[in-house]
Design a binder for this molecule. Structure first.
Ligand code: NDP
Length: 281
C-alpha cells in the first residue's frame, strides 16, 4: 500500500518558509513582496483560484492586488495595464489568469509581462533559462512536484521518469526539471504508441493529461512513485485526478491524492516565486 504524499502538509511547510522569508526581507530592506493578478471576464473557477491566492498572500505577508477587467476589454487596454504593472515598484509578480477571452492574443499578453516579474514562469526567457539548466522563475505546478519529491526524500537521480502530457505549463517543464535532476525521462502524449508499455517502465510516473482515472493499475510498475496532476470532475461532479487512485495505491510506493496532492502546491510555489522576485529587486 502506497504512502500518501500529503500536498497540504508540504504546502504548509513551504508557506511557512515563505512567511519567514517575507518577514526577514521586510526587516532587512523594508520591501514587502507584491503580487498582482489580472482577470479578464467572468470565470467562476478563476475567481475561486484568485480568491485563494489572495488569502494565501495575506497569510504569508505578501501584498496582493486584483485587476478584474470586463470581458469586452481590448488587447491594447490589457497590454497597457501589464505595462503599468511592469513599472510598478510595489509589484514583484504579475499573474495573468488564463484563459483570456478569444479576441485577446494570449501569447502576446504573456510575452508582455516582464521576465523579471513572470512568477508563473511562462515567458520564453524563463522557459529558455529552465531548458538551459539555469532557471530564474520555474512554473509553479512543476516546481511544486519537485518540492514534494524532495520533502519525501524520493531519489530522482538515475530513475526512469515517465511524464504523460506535454503541455507548456506542466508536462514539458516537469520533464525538464526531472532531467536536470538526472532522471532518464520519457515524455508521452496522445500519439505515443503502446502507452501502458512505456508507463510500466516508470519509477516515477507523472500524469498530466486531464482525463479522469486514465492511469489504471495495469499501467503502473510495482513500487512506482505516482504523481497525479489532473483535476477533473467525474459524473457525480466529484473532483478526481488522472489516476485510478483506489487501484493504483495498492501498487505504488508513493502516490498523490486528488484533491490534497499537487493542487495546493501550485499557489505555494507562486508565493515562493513572488518572494524570490522581491529579493532580487
Ligand atoms: P493540456 O490539455 O494542455 O495537455 C494534456 C496533455 O495530455 C497533452 O499533451 C495531450 O497530448 C495528453 N493526452 C491527452 N490525451 C491523451 C491520451 N489518450 N494518451 C496520452 N496522452 C494524452 O493539459 P494541462 O497540462 O494544462 O493539464 C493537465 C491536467 O492537469 C488537467 O487536468 C489540468 O486541470 C491539471 N492541472 C492541474 C494543476 C494543478 O495545480 N494541480 C495545474 C495545471 C493543470 P497531445 O499533446 O498529443 O494532445
Amino acid at each position: 500500500m502506497a504512502q500518501i504524499i500529503d500536498g497540504k502538509e508540504v504546502s504548509q511547510h513551504i508557506r511557512g518558509e515563505v512567511a519567514k522569508g517575507v518577514s526577514q526581507l521586510v526587516d532587512r530592506s523594508g520591501i514587502t513582496p507584491g503580487l498582482a493578478a489580472v482577470l479578464v471576464g467572468e470565470n467562476p473557477a478563476s475567481e475561486i483560484y484568485v480568491r485563494n491566492k489572495r488569502k494565501a498572500c495575506t497569510e504569508a505577508g505578501i501584498y496582493s492586488e486584483e485587476h478584474k477587467l470586463p470581458v469586452e476589454t481590448t488587447e491594447e487596454e490589457l497590454l497597457s495595464l501589464v505595462d503599468n504593472l511592469n513599472k510598478d515598484n510595489n509589484i514583484h509578480g504579475i499573474l495573468i489568469q488564463l484563459p483570456l477571452p478569444d479576441h485577446i492574443n494570449e501569447t502576446k499578453v504573456l510575452r508582455a509581462v516582464s521576465p523579471d516579474k513572470d512568477v508563473d514562469g511562462f515567458h520564453p526567457c524563463n522557459v529558455g533559462l529552465l531548458v538551459e539548466g539555469n532557471p530564474h522563475f520555474i512554473s509553479c505546478t512543476p516546481h511544486g512536484i519537485i518540492k514534494m519529491l524532495e520533502y519525501y526524500n524520493i531519489d530522482i537521480k538515475g530513475k526512469e521518469a515517465v511524464v504523460v502530457g506535454r503541455s507548456n505549463i506542466v508536462g514539458k517543464p516537469v520533464a525538464m526539471l526531472l532531467l536536470h535532476r538526472h532522471a532518464t525521462v520519457t515524455l508521452c502524449h496522445s500519439r505515443t504508441r503502446d502507452l501502458a508499455e512505456v508507463t510500466r517502465r516508470a519509477d516515477i510516473l507523472v500524469a498530466a493529461i486531464g482525463r479522469a482515472n486514465f492511469i489504471t493499475a495495469d499501467m503502473v510498475k510495482d513500487g512506482a512513485v505516482v504523481i497525479d496532476v489532473g483535476i477533473n470532475r467525474n459524473e457525480e461532479g466529484k473532483l478526481t485526478g488522472d489516476v485510478d487512485f483506489q487501484a493504483v495505491q495498492e501498487k505504488a510506493s508513493f502516490i498523490t491524492p486528488v484533491p490534497g496532492g499537487v493542487g495546493p502546491m501550485t499557489i505555494s510555489m507562486l508565493l515562493w516565486n513572488t518572494l524570490e522576485s522581491a529579493k532580487g529587486t
